[in-house]
Ligand binder design. Sequence first.
Ligand SMILES: [Zn+2]
Length: 318
Amino acid sequence: MLNDFSFASLAGQPKVKNLLARTLGSGRMPHAYLFRGPDGVGKKFAALLTAARINCAAPDDYSGCGTCSSCRKLRSGNHPDVVIVSPDKGSIKIDRVRELCRSLSFPPYESVMRVVIIEDVHAMTTEAGNSLLKTLEEPPENNLLILTAESSRELLPTIVSRCQTLMFYGLPVGECARVIGQKLPEIGPDEARLLAELAGGSPGTALTLNNKELVGRYRAVVKVVETASAVGVDGVTPVLETAAALAALKEDLPLMLGLLRMWVRDLMTEGDHIEIDIQKRRLAALDRAQRQLDRNCNRTLVSEVLLFNLQSPVAEVF
Ligand SMILES: [Zn+2]
C-alpha cells in the first residue's frame, strides 16, 4: 500500500509538505485534518505518509523509516492502528461512522496514536456527516483524523469548520508529465505531456485516462467532429459511428465529456468573437449532454445529438 515513506516522493504540493514537516517536527498536531483537492494528486498518499511518520520507531527527519515494525505493517496494509474508511458503493453511511466512532473510544492497540483516514468525505450522507461531528470536535485521546475530499464537491460546513484544511492542487504540467513518465516509461514525452494537460495536472487522473485508452478515443472524436464540420452532410455516417463508440464508453462517458470540454475551452482562447460564440454553443451542448446523462437518458441518443451539435453548433436543439 505504501512503498516509499518519504514525503519527498509526494510530487508537487510544496505548501502541504512544508506545513506537515513543521507540524510533525513539533509534535503539535490538530485533532483533525481535511486534505482537500482534485482527485489523483496525492491526498491519500500524504495521509498515509503522515500516519507512517507519527508511529515510526525511528523517523528520519519528517518521514517514516520504512523498516521498523510500524512502517512494515503499514506497508503491508495491516496496521492495527491505521484505520481507513472509504465509500462503499458510492457513499459512506451512518452505520459505518457510528461503528468507527465507537471503536475510537478504545485506546490504540500498540501505537502512540491511532490514525483514522476517512476518504472522500464528500460521499458521506448528511446523517453520517452529522454523526461524525462530535468525534471530530473532540476526538478521544490518541486519535488523529485525516479526512480527504474532492475540492469541487460540497461538504457540510460543520465538518469543514472542525478540521484544519490543507489544500492540494493539480501539478504544473511539466511536473505532472515527469511523474507520468516515471509511472508509464513505455509512453513518450509528448504523450505524457498531453495526458498531463488533459488530466489538469493530476497524475492519478492521467493514469486513469491512459488505462482506459481515452486519449486515443478523444482524438478520434475530435477528428470526426472537425472533418464533419468541413464536409457537411457527407459526414453523417462517421458521426453516427462515433456516437455509437461514445455510447459504448458507458460510465466513462462523462470523463470523455470532460476531455471534450477542455478541447473546446482551448479553441475559445484562440479565436475571434465569432469563434468564441461557436465554442460557447459547443460548451452548452456538452453541459446539456451531461444533464441528460444524469437523468439516465439513452446514451446513444445523447451522444448522437451531442456530436451533431458539436459539428454544427446551434443555439438549442432540445
Ligand atoms: Zn519506521
